[in-house]
Design a protein around this ligand. Structure first.
Ligand SMILES: C[S@@+](CC[C@H](N)C(=O)[O-])C[C@H]1O[C@@H](n2cnc3c(N)ncnc32)[C@H](O)[C@@H]1O
Length: 198
């Protein structure tokens, strides 16, 4: 029978969230300590917990009790609860929860929790001090990853402030990058990356 040759999947640029996970999966090692600064429903927390293995630790922050509850349930169902410390508090104080230069990666997923009150969103007043704190607790060679959104009220302003802060790390010899899709129908997230000098 003359069957058409099976089509090979064409490689395409990954979505920013996908790229972020691929990079961190490559960088993180068993036993690492990492931070999810905006745990929300816990999908990134679960991803990080898998990356750091049974001897690693994830510190997960959120200001909404519902988010912490959902993330803790997801972790429990995934058999990962014992690798995670949840903090029902603002990420602005994260340096009080981790030793200086001890953390392999810090993730921020800015904006509001899907399906919850859109009034509760990340804001530059807390995000900027949290970025400063993240810079202190990251170890040399540690990765700071921020997913920034511009589709909600206050989003474009916050994204611009965060991007400015990230870009200013280049003066301090951090390696900094920005990645996003072009030509999408609705505003797509932008991934900002900064790696602390080793
Ligand atoms: C886009 S959601 C995060 C989604 C999450 N990464 C996931 O996988 O489901 C942003 C989260 O940031 C939280 N947030 C807002 N301000 C915060 C703050 N100052 N400190 C910590 N979390 C905050 C919100 O409550 C919300 O759950």
């Amino acid at each position: 029978v003359n069957r058409p040759a099976k089509k090979k999947a064409v490689p395409a640029p990954p979505w920013p969230t996908d790229l972020e996970h691929r990079l961190l999966a490559e960088v993180l090692r068993e036993g690492d300590q990492v931070i999810d600064a905006t745990c929300g429903n816990g999908h990134d927390t679960r991803f990080l917990a898998r990356c750091v293995g049974p001897s690693g630790r994830v510190l997960a922050f959120d200001v909404q009790a519902a988010a912490i509850g959902a993330a803790a349930r997801l972790a429990e169902e995934s058999g990962l609860r014992d690798r995670i410390d949840f903090f029902h508090e603002s990420h602005a104080g994260l340096a009080e929860r981790a030793a200086p230069e001890s953390i392999a990666a810090v993730m921020f997923n800015l904006g509001y929790l899907p399906g919850a009150d859109r009034e509760v969103t990340t804001r530059p007043e807390a995000t900027l001090p949290a970025l400063e704190a993240a810079a202190r607790v990251l170890r040399p060679g540690g990765w700071l990853c921020v997913m920034a959104y511009s589709g909600h009220e206050g989003g474009p302003e916050e994204a611009a402030v965060v991007e400015g802060w990230m870009a200013s790390r280049a003066d301090l010899l951090w390696r900094v990058a920005r990645y996003g899709m072009l030509g999408t129908l609705s505003p797509a997230p932008v991934l900002l990356l900064a790696v602390k000098p080793g």
